[in-house]
Design a protein around this ligand. Structure first.
Ligand SMILES: *[C@@H]1O[C@H](CO)[C@@H](O)[C@H](O)[C@H]1NC(C)=O
Ligand SMILES: *[C@@H]1O[C@H](CO)[C@@H](O)[C@H](O)[C@H]1NC(C)=O
Ligand SMILES: *[C@@H]1O[C@H](CO)[C@@H](O)[C@H](O)[C@H]1NC(C)=O
Ligand SMILES: *[C@@H]1O[C@H](CO)[C@@H](O)[C@H](O)[C@H]1NC(C)=O
Ligand SMILES: *[C@@H]1O[C@H](CO)[C@@H](O)[C@H](O)[C@H]1NC(C)=O
Length: 291
């Protein structure tokens, strides 16, 4: 809940449209990926500024003899406008094994973002505003061999992020240039050590999904709904606060008026005392005036 409110505030500042959907404009090409090697890739930089979560279409001209089923890698360069991981593009590219996402304002991976890609082996999300990664992220992608989260602002990593994976199968894990960690490793011993370092330095027990006061958040959609509820709640609270402030202001005015009355009374008493003092002085300096 606390987390949702923080995120709501972030969204308010960003002025983001949540409900839109968009088209990915692919530049199709062959690219060489770490570990996997040469693959057919959709590369895109053309992300609409008010992009939504759901990809409703993909566009672009395939290399000769290729089609959507040949696409193994999708690389989305967000141009610093993309706030969420695009969803649903598995419908167009069912054989994706590698996803690269860069230069985005994505702050949180809620855990279900890559559930539709059970064959995923390579995931990169770098040069972004990522602060938080849920334990659930790899629950549906057990084949990961390469995980790259360098150059983000990571502060919290789910305690069980790597639990669903076979650590001896993992080959490279990158967490360099982050807030709570700055390390990249390329062998099993070092990967185990890095996982322990994450637990120690970036502790996150995923409380935001299990202790929410409203519902348990399991998907991004649930989260967006909860977010809207939170925003309404915040607005109501703000209105209540405004009323309270007005009430207090009225009380203050009342008090000020009472103080003025008291001041007046004090002034009266002071001038009476002054008069008495003068009278006494007159009486003492002219003791015989009465004779
Ligand atoms: C990236 O954003 C900049 C400014 O925000 C804009 O000028 C440029 O056209 C964008 N690039 C792409 C590929 O959308
Ligand atoms: C699809 O891509 C072509 C160029 O490759 C472009 O002219 C067209 O506007 C794109 N369509 C959409 C809906 O983005
Ligand atoms: C995201 O990170 C960039 C670069 O570090 C920064 O300039 C920008 O303000 C950040 N955006 C948000 C919404 O935090
Ligand atoms: C983990 O991966 C290693 C190397 O690929 C393999 O030998 C081992 O059987 C796997 N373990 C499990 C439990 O799948
Ligand atoms: C594993 O990597 C670390 C550096 O990350 C290195 O110090 C260590 O020697 C490597 N171990 C093996 C067995 O290669």
């Amino acid at each position: 809940m606390k987390f949702s409110i923080l995120f709501a505030i972030f969204l308010i500042f960003q002025g983001i449209e949540i409900s839109n959907s968009f088209t990915i404009n692919c530049n199709y090409r062959t690219n060489s990926l770490p570990i996997i090697g040469s693959v057919y890739e959709c590369y895109t930089t053309n992300i609409p500024t008010s992009s939504g979560i759901t990809v409703t279409n993909v566009n672009g001209t395939h290399l000769s003899g290729k089609n959507n089923n040949d696409v193994i890698s999708v690389w989305i360069s967000g141009n610093w406008t993309l706030p969420f991981v695009p969803r649903n593009f598995n419908i167009f590219f069912p054989n994706v094994k590698a996803i690269r996402i860069s230069s985005t304002t994505i702050e949180t991976l809620f855990g279900d973002e890559f559930d539709e890609f059970p064959q995923l082996e390579v995931l990169e999300l770098y040069q972004s505003n990522l602060t938080t990664i849920s334990s659930k992220l790899f629950e549906k992608t057990p084949k990961m061999v390469y995980v790259y989260f360098g150059e983000n602002m990571i502060e919290r990593v789910g305690h069980d992020l790597f639990t669903p994976l076979n650590v001896t199968q993992l080959q490279r894990v990158y967490f360099y240039n982050n807030r709570c960690i700055h390390r990249s490793v390329t062998n099993t011993t070092a990967i185990i050590s890095l996982i322990n370092e994450l637990r120690e330095k970036c502790p996150f027990d995923d409380e935001f999904s299990s202790t929410s006061t409203t519902t348990s958040l399991t998907t991004t959609e649930d989260f967006v709904c909860d977010l809207k509820d939170s925003m309404n709640e915040i607005q109501e609270n703000l209105m209540k606060k405004d009323e309270k402030i007005e009430e207090l202001e009225n009380k203050l005015l009342e008090l000020q008026a009472q103080i003025q009355i008291k001041d007046q009374k004090i002034e009266n008493v002071v001038s009476k005392m002054k008069w008495l003092k003068e009278e006494m002085l007159r009486l003492t300096t002219h003791p015989c005036a009465c004779k």
